[in-house]
Design a protein around this ligand. Structure first.
Ligand code: 13P
Ligand code: SF4
Length: 304
């Protein structure tokens, strides 16, 4: 099947099946190109809730498809490869959350959206990297157990000194692998470039950043900036949108990466198969959906 025909096929299937394709900025460029909407995790969650189509095909990792199902349980939610699973989503256990609830009074459990549906059931509110500060600053509890990502938790904690944060030792292996030495070396090669970093990076890398934000935040910042050279400290998939919006600006990535192997599992061929067969789908029972829904809905309310 030629590339043109595969894209046409996807267009045809979208109409036939009444489907919308939602994609994260880290999936391959050719998949972003056929998506109806590409966004960061927050924008994707909102879009999944509002989309009028009967079928949501999620070009991203499992937890994103789960969030879409929880927010729109009446819809068929497809994730074209169910093995596309974010390892960080599994880096905290319900037992650990229960222990913290016993240990601390006046505690809110704040869960990064990069977590399983099971974990969300045990949390008070979810956050994404673009709304975490806004959401956590509105919580009345003094103690915040932030799961699963320690780096994002520490970055938010620095900006909310009035809260007592307790961290969990989860991390994104893609962002945590970037070192301050690599960023400093890139900066030496491109002294005029501004460093834009995702808050899943380590504190040492974030210290070298001129701007810290979500994938959308990084793209918007580079687009609105007067500067024309940037060192980008996040997954390489954002290069597609950065270049689309800024064809004359220069973007440098560390060692031409980093790449998230799970996001890169989503291919055009898998999109076609998934739309044709309406599988694989995200399946969750009604009780689980109801239990995981409250923290997601609360995020959407507090982040407005
Ligand atoms: P955002 O797009 O919300 O910045 O999330 C980054 C990420 O790692 C998603 O897996
Ligand atoms: Fe998970 Fe990191 Fe991949 Fe995002 S980039 S899906 S946080 S492993």
């Amino acid at each position: 099947m030629s590339r043109v025909s595969i894209e046409e096929k996807i267009e045809q299937l979208k109409m036939e099946k009444d489907a919308i394709i939602l994609a994260h900025y880290y999936v391959p460029a050719e998949v972003q190109a056929v998506a109806d909407f590409v966004g960061d995790s927050y924008a994707l969650a909102k879009k999944a809730k509002e989309a009028p189509q009967r079928v949501i095909c999620f070009a991203g990792v499992n937890f994103m498809g789960e969030s879409a199902k929880i927010l729109s349980p009446e819809k068929t939610v497809l994730v074209p490869d169910l093995e596309a699973d974010c390892p960080m989503a599994h880096m905290v256990t319900p037992e650990k959350i229960k222990d913290m609830r016993e240990k601390y009074e006046d505690l809110a459990v704040v869960c990064y959206i990069n977590s399983t549906a099971e974990i969300k059931e045990y949390c008070d509110v979810t956050v994404t990297s673009s709304n975490a500060l806004k959401v956590v600053s509105q919580l009345s509890e003094k103690n915040i157990f932030f799961v699963p990502d320690e780096n994002l938790g520490r970055y938010i904690a620095q900006q909310l000194p009035e809260k007592n944060f307790i961290f969990n030792d989860g991390y994104c292996h893609v962002h945590a692998a970037l070192t301050k030495e690599q960023v400093a070396a890139e900066k030496e090669r491109h002294p005029a470039a501004k460093v834009l970093a995702h808050p899943e990076c380590t504190g040492e890398v974030l210290q070298l950043a001129d701007y810290i934000g979500s994938t959308s935040g990084i793209i918007n910042h580079a687009t609105e900036s007067d500067h024309d050279e940037f060192i980008i400290c996040t997954e390489n998939g954002v290069a597609y949108e950065l270049k689309q919006k800024n064809p004359t600006k220069k973007f440098y990535f560390i060692d031409d990466g980093p790449l998230c192997p799970d996001m890169k599992r989503i291919t055009l061929e898998k999109l076609v198969n998934s739309l044709e067969s309406l599988s694989p789908t995200i399946e969750m029972n009604e009780t689980k959906i109801q239990q995981a829904k409250a923290p997601l809905e609360r995020m959407l309310e507090l982040a407005k």
